[in-house]
Design a protein. Structure first.
Lengths: 492, 141
């Protein structure tokens, strides 16, 4: 049983997704999805424990040894992200029970959970597999199901947002398989670790350079790096709140993971930095992304859109960590990956609770809610503070490591810019605080009650996690450092 | 290197660019999906081409033959074809729903309608901004 954990956590949600269709009753399906996701969470925790104790696990599907068979390989990096993704999915599903009942039409609720579990399967699959073509398959499973999730939003703009995402996402995925095909032409293998060994012989060929270019652009489309982010704000703004929360907390993170895998595990950092001016590209795009998206966020009237832009900015920080190209920089990226998932999940769930009560995500409708929904609003503010990077929150920890890594590299002007950009976050978070606490209500909110307990519990679980991991950084920093070390170790 | 001998790769490149151009340039949502399908198909050709070995036969073991084509890329691309069909199907069903919701599948029309929605939202917001100054009087009344 334990030997099959790497595959089980992908297969369980995959098989559970069609079962949802037979259960039919939305409440029952919701509970079932929660249990399935909980099982995946349990397995990923066991995997992380096992990996930290005994080193990487290699699982051969069907008993075929790699490079012929498909290998699932769990090392510190993906075990860490598996825990993150399955934990986020489980916490979000607690709130889903009430939120989905309100935001999605009743005859579609079962489909929502089916698509949700398929999306989870895809994300967990991308994380665990060590086969580049398998990555593409799981990428499409998660992408197709997330288009469906987004299209279930109640606003008609959800449809166009989903369509736009479909076009961009498919182009990205197709770029990735072109890259995979070109790598296969040169090496005759699809296994990541086999590729890493065979690629150095053909590093000088144009085909490999071309493959690398396709892969990087494809993945950057998926992770919404600044000029390729156009699909993200609409998709997040009009999707049902639960879908927004889940996607914001996990899917871009998984794409960042993929980028790290390609750069560090497959091509190797030396090839990457010598073949392309990747440091400069990531540095410039990361920084412009941070500033353009943060400034854009300041002017948004829809609060979901506002935080969607802020997500684009936060991805900029992660890319900045990669641009540094040192072990410290990578640690900062991995930390921010985890921490950003925590804060965005808390924020979007809190917004979801407001949408549940007042049916709107317009900032002006939030006026005066500070008194009506004190716990939800406090959570929203706590998430916002974490986003700014106030000490005692996770945001502080990741920004601290990022700035230290930048100074260590000698890029002090960039470090200054990072600090200035935090001020932009202060502006948009303050704008929200002002509306919530210091403005008279714009709509009748006399009957608005605090969010139900089934939503408050997951929201506050996340807020407390934000604070806990902001104080006690042993787990997050420890694992990030370990993962960064092993990624650099491969190529030394 | 024989440029003409690699003609299938030229076809791949040309199809890819045609598909990509249609996706970017056309405003009709169905045409965009057609472009996307062409774009994906070019990649199928790429994979099919790389499996072929000159003078080789289908990979079914037989004593008469020494050389076999590589079946792996073909198997891979079967998966990608299935994914492509799923994407097109989902895309088309979205277009149907967009047609129901907007009464149009031209990107321009949809954008105009969306901007109007957006404008109403903003008007609501600014209208309230204006009334901010008069808010105290409102309460007195």
């Amino acid at each position: 049983m334990t030997a099959h954990y790497p595959i089980l956590q992908v297969v369980i949600p995959l098989l559970a997704a069609p079962v949802c269709l037979f259960l039919r009753i939305p409440r029952l399906v919701g509970l079932f999805a929660f249990l399935v996701s909980g099982a995946a969470f349990f397995i990923s925790c066991m995997l992380l424990q096992q990996v930290i104790a005994d080193g990487p696990i290699s699982y051969h599907i069907g008993g075929w040894p790699p490079p012929w068979g498909i290998e699932y390989r769990i090392d510190t990096l993906n075990a860490y992200l598996l825990v993150l993704v399955s934990a986020m999915s489980t916490v979000v599903l607690i709130a889903a029970q009430t939120s989905i009942a309100k935001e999605v039409r009743e005859d579609r609720q079962t489909f929502f959970y089916t698509a949700y579990l398929l999306c989870l399967t895809g994300l967990l699959g991308i994380l665990s597999t060590a086969d580049v073509f398998n990555v593409f398959v799981f990428l499409e499973i998660s992408a197709l199901s997330s288009y469906t999730l987004i299209a279930m939003g109640s606003d008609r703009r959800a449809l166009t947002a989903s369509y736009q995402y479909l076009i961009m996402g498919t182009i990205g995925a197709t770029f990735i398989i072109i890259g995979v095909g070109l790598m296969y032409v040169m090496t005759g293998t699809l296994n990541m670790y086999d590729l890493a060994q065979r690629l150095p012989e053909v590093y000088h060929t144009k085909t490999v350079h071309c493959a690398f270019g396709f892969l990087i652009v494809g993945v950057c489309l998926k992770l919404a790096l600044f000029p390729l982010h156009l699909w993200l704000p609409n998709a997040y703004a009009y999707a049902p709140s639960i879908a927004t929360t889940f996607l914001a907390a996990t899917s871009t993170k998984v794409a960042v993971y993929l980028l790290i895998r390609y750069i560090f595990s497959i091509f190797g950092i030396t090839f990457v930095t010598t073949s392309l001016p990747i440091e400069e590209i990531f540095l410039i795009l990361g920084l412009t992304g941070i500033f353009a998206a943060s400034i854009s966020a300041i002017y948004r009237l829809n609060i979901k859109r506002l935080f969607a832009y802020s997500s684009v900015a936060q991805i900029g920080y992660m890319i900045l960590g990669l641009a540094i190209g040192t072990q410290l920089g990578l640690t900062a990226t991995l930390l921010h990956l985890f921490n950003h998932a925590l804060m965005k999940a808390a924020i979007f769930l809190a917004i979801g609770a407001v949408v549940y009560r007042i049916g709107s995500a317009q900032l002006i409708h939030f006026a005066g809610l500070g008194r009506k929904m004190p716990w939800t609003m406090a959570a929203l503010v706590a998430g916002g503070l974490s986003l700014i990077g106030v000490p005692l929150t996770v945001g502080f920890v990741s920004k601290w490591y990022l700035v230290v890594a930048l100074l260590d590299k000698g890029w002090w002007p960039v470090a200054v810019l990072v600090l200035i950009s935090s001020l932009l976050a202060v502006v948009y978070v303050w704008r929200i605080i002002e509306w919530i606490y210091f403005t008279q209500p714009r709509i009748i909110i006399d009957n608005v009650k605090e969010a139900p307990l089934s939503q408050l519990i997951p929201i506050w679980l996340l807020v407390l996690a934000n604070i806990y991991f902001g104080v006690d950084t042993r787990l997050t920093v420890g694992v990030s450092k370990l993962a960064a070390q092993s990624l650099f170790g491969v190529n030394l | 290197m024989n440029v003409l001998g690699l003609y299938n790769y030229w076809i791949v490149v040309i199809l890819m660019l045609i598909g990509f151009y249609i996706v970017i340039a056309h405003e009709n949502l169905v045409k965009k999906l057609v472009g996307l399908a062409i774009f994906q198909t070019s990649v199928f050709f790429l994979y099919i081409s790389i499996g072929k070995i000159t003078g080789a036969t289908a990979p079914i073991f037989d004593e008469k033959w020494q050389l076999y084509s590589n079946p792996l890329p073909h198997v891979l691309i079967l998966t990608a074809i299935v994914v492509g069909i799923a994407t097109t199907a989902l895309g088309l069903s979205l277009v149907v729903r967009i047609q129901e919701a907007y009464g149009s599948i031209e990107e321009n029309d949809i954008q105009i309608q969306d901007t109007q929605d957006q404008l109403e939202c903003q008007l609501e917001a600014y209208g309230i901004q204006e009334s901010l100054t008069t808010f105290d009087q409102d309460i007195d009344e």
